[in-house]
Design a protein around this ligand. Structure first.
Ligand code: AMP
Ligand code: MG
Length: 490
């Protein structure tokens, strides 16, 4: 059933990882399996066997050709550098080549204590596993670069967090697990050759056009390319009201994919200072800070590349600084492109940024739901739409804004029906709302009922399409179920 492994990371020198076989679990049971993704990865599903799949996706059996390793990495966590984090509960089985010829990592998360566990148990509770499964797959369907979820298995064991919870293992698929923190691990040890090796791997896997460049240019080009992907990524998050929650350098992927769904959440009532994560006491990773934290992470990445950028250290620093400074205009341009599209604008006009910001201000002033606020705008292209107005606790700012927007739309030179259709293809109706995710987790963890999980997964697979009978999924949480705090749950 498993496609052939093409080992790439496990062929690096031994100090890049620790060889480590997943620790078997008592009673593995497959609770989620992503068939479309499996097909994309070249799995042969004609002889799909659930019990066998449970063995593989729990780590009880290691598929032929895999060489499991725990990857070494460091990271700045909430601004503080830890020189040795590494996969404390994950193992990379290896890479497979997908249908499009791209290498993809297959990793088991929750696979037991590794040499990087630092006293923690190496396991994952079912809740966070289902959360990552749901949210990462939703992000993919929303058009955001992200790691994917291939399978979830319950272990038949309990893990102890605030309370005992069922244990689980997530199979995660990523363009790669190279992180800013991977580069930092070696840079902190002065191992510039290892940094060069990682840079070459990153170029080959994620930025192949750069292979052609001379040594004197390629590492700066890599830094620029990573910056470009991060700018585009965070702009997409901002366009969806998504808060990652732990933008530490070890959770910043060189590929430009969203990685590590811990205390992440989608905002309901729009508030730019929103923070969900219980451990983010200072609000470091608040919604509006995300672009600047991505830039901060890029600066840490740039530091690791200094010895490669130029033999003259001063010149190397200048090159790095230029890229980091260019992040701001780059991000602002990405942000504007995202919000223009959300407002149904194709042409580019001077006042568009102010127009978009004014709508966000109106959302904030009215404490309106971010997702529905944009979605229902499409109903108001020509005249006021009561369902839109109903989202706002106070709609004065919105009432002032709407005529401004319609006047701007009139200069697009296209029919309003077309504009509305185009907006509905960009502004989702369904997102993984926190209370829905919590409900699904509670049903699974407390009652062993995975039907709500399956139902929500199905709804989120078509986020832009109105699904009759599933109106409740589009609704913000009722007051009694509003979520203000999320937990890493690691
Ligand atoms: P995260 O918060 O998931 O990004 O993880 C940060 C670091 O803590 C990584 O090195 C993880 O491998 C490690 N870690 C998180 N949870 C566990 C756990 N239950 N057991 C061992 N290591 C863990
Ligand atoms: Mg992490």
């Amino acid at each position: 059933m498993f496609p052939e492994f093409t080992l790439c990371y496990a062929r690096l020198p031994e100090h890049f990882f620790e060889r480590f076989d997943p620790v078997p679990v008592t009673a593995p049971r497959l609770v989620a399996f992503n068939r479309p993704l499996a097909e994309e990865l070249g799995f042969d599903l004609t002889r799909f066997d659930e019990a066998r799949a449970a063995e593989w996706f729990s780590g009880n059996a290691v598929p032929q050709g895999a060489e499991p390793v725990a990857q070494a990495y460091a990271g700045h966590q909430f601004g503080h550098f830890n020189p040795r984090l590494g996969d404390g509960r994950a193992v990379l089985l290896g890479e497979v080549t997908d249908r499009e010829g791209r290498l993809r990592d297959i990793q088991l998360k929750g696979a037991g204590m590794t040499p990087f566990s630092r006293g923690a148990d190496g396991r994952a509770p079912l809740g966070p596993v289902l959360r990552e499964y749901l949210v990462s797959e939703a992000m993919h369907r929303l058009g955001v670069p992200t790691t994917r979820a291939l399978a979830a298995v319950t272990s038949g064991e309990r893990v102890f967090r605030r309370v005992p919870e069922p244990g689980a293992v997530l199979t995660r698929v990523a363009a790669s697990h190279l992180r800013v923190g991977t580069f930092q691990y070696f840079a902190a040890r002065g191992d510039h050759e290892a940094v060069r090796t990682l840079a070459e791997m990153a170029i080959e896997r994620h930025y192949p056009p750069l292979v052609e460049l001379a040594d004197s240019e390629r590492y700066q080009a890599l830094l620029e390319a990573v910056a470009a992907r991060q700018a585009a990524l965070v702009a997409k998050w901002m366009g969806l009201g998504f808060i990652h929650g732990v933008m530490n350098t070890d959770n910043c992927a060189i590929s430009g994919e969203t990685i590590d769904y811990g205390p992440c959440a989608f905002m309901e009532a729009y508030s730019p200072t929103m923070v969900f994560s219980s451990i983010d006491e200072q609000g470091r990773y608040a919604f509006r800070n995300q672009p600047w934290l991505a830039q901060w992470n890029l600066a840490r990445f740039a530091e690791t590349l200094i010895p490669l950028l130029d033999p003259d250290q001063k010149r190397a620093v200048e090159k790095a600084t230029a890229v980091i400074e260019a992040f701001e205009p780059r991000y602002e341009a990405e942000w504007l492109a995202v919000f223009r599209a959300k407002l149904g604008l194709v042409k580019e006009e001077e006042g568009d940024r102010a127009l978009a910001e004014a709508f966000l201000d109106a959302l904030a002033a009215g404490r309106a739901d971010f997702t529905l606020g944009f979605r229902r705008l499409a109903e108001a292209v020509e005249e006021d739409a009561p369902p839109l107005l109903a989202l706002f606790e106070s709609d004065g700012a919105l009432q002032e804004w709407l005529p401004r927007w319609r006047e701007r739309l009139s200069r697009e030179g296209v029919g309003m029906e077309e504009v509305a259709a185009w907006m509905n293809a960009i502004n989702p109706l369904y997102i993984p709302r926190n209370h829905q995710v919590e409900r699904v987790i509670a049903a699974a963890a407390e009652h062993d009922d995975f039907a709500p999980f399956a139902a929500l997964t199905e709804v989120l697979a078509e986020p832009f399409t109105e699904q009759p009978g599933r109106e409740a999924y589009a609704q913000p949480a009722p007051p009694t179920e509003r979520v203000f705090r999320t937990f890493c749950g690691t």
